[in-house]
Unconditional design. Structure first.
Length: 305
């Protein structure tokens, strides 16, 4: 009997370990950060955070709704659920008191998400011109130019962009192939290859820019760009401000959303955009396409005044 109990206990421990390993360390850190906020709410109000009850989660969501986006509420709910699973607890996040509360909040506050602006192709060209004319050291200019052009043309997440290593890059006759070892949606670590062709205009060609950068750097650090993901956002903001744009409206994600919106505007198919960005769901890509088509398919285009 004792052996059976011991075996079951070891299986429980191994199962919990598998649940943790199903998510990347960065994702788990984000879940934990969300759960810490929930724990703080429970502590202040005399509730138990782990394991908790649907009623407590409903109260927490109502508390958050006064100052948070609807998307944040959904994310916090997912985090609470995941952290319970990794500790061996089950919480019914589909309980009516939670779901009806969310629906009421959505009807009252709406669910529209106002994100950072995409860096569209014409904005990107303006930023590249600013880099070319800036007084930065040549090495820094070459790096920043390659960073922005590759980030945009590959539809990279900023975490993927800064993780590119020398061995991930392969120049071919058509352009460059860049292997992405891991990404936010690739929990199984299969990786994917992004193919970026040569551009006709050499000054805006990501392949030429990357080649030039690789030619002048040493590889004491195997990362191609040797910057943090936060630096990507700061670099975009800096050149946006120098170009007379509002840097506060842009972020690291602006390169990725700019690629999706610009290619959608040019008529690229949904599946081809997703093949480059690595999106697993069509929801976000369709949002980019909808944004791109606001003027393209506008009913007012049929009016001649």
């Amino acid at each position: 009997m004792n052996d059976l109990i011991t075996n079951i206990k070891s299986l429980e421990i191994e199962t919990i370990k598998n649940l943790k390993n199903s998510k990347s360390s960065n994702t788990l850190r984000a879940y934990q950060s969300d759960f810490n906020d929930f724990s703080l709410f429970c502590s202040k109000n005399g509730f138990q955070a782990m394991p908790t009850q649907p009623k407590i989660i409903a109260l927490y969501i109502t508390h958050l709704s006064a100052f948070s986006k609807y998307s944040t509420l959904k994310r916090r709910l997912a985090s609470i659920s995941i952290l319970h699973k990794t500790k061996g607890h089950y919480i019914d996040t589909k309980h009516p008191i939670i779901m009806e509360n969310l629906m009421g909040i959505k009807r009252t506050n709406g669910s529209n998400q106002k994100g950072k602006k995409p860096l569209l192709i014409n904005d990107l060209k303006i930023l590249i011109k600013v880099i070319d004319e800036s007084k930065e050291k040549d090495k820094r200019k070459i790096r920043d130019k390659a960073l922005l052009l590759i980030g945009f043309s590959g539809g990279f997440r900023r975490s993927e962009l800064v993780d590119i290593e020398y061995d991930d890059v392969e120049f071919v006759s058509e352009g460059v192939k860049i292997f992405v070892k891991k990404s936010k949606t690739d929990q199984s670590r299969e990786g994917m290859t992004k193919a970026i062709p040569y551009f006709e205009n050499e000054n805006f060609c990501p392949v030429k820019a990357l080649k030039k950068w690789i030619e002048i750097i040493d590889f004491k650090n195997s990362k191609i760009f040797s910057v943090s993901d936060k630096n990507v956002a700061l670099i975009i903001k800096k050149y946006a401000n120098q170009a007379g744009l509002d840097g506060h409206k842009y972020a690291g994600h602006s390169l990725r959303s700019g690629f999706a919106t610009s290619t959608a505007e040019s008529g690229a198919e949904e599946r081809n955009i997703m093949a480059m960005t690595g999106h697993k769901s069509t929801e976000m890509v369709r949002r980019y396409i909808k944004e791109a088509n606001l003027f393209k398919n506008n009913a007012l285009n049929k009016i001649k005044i």
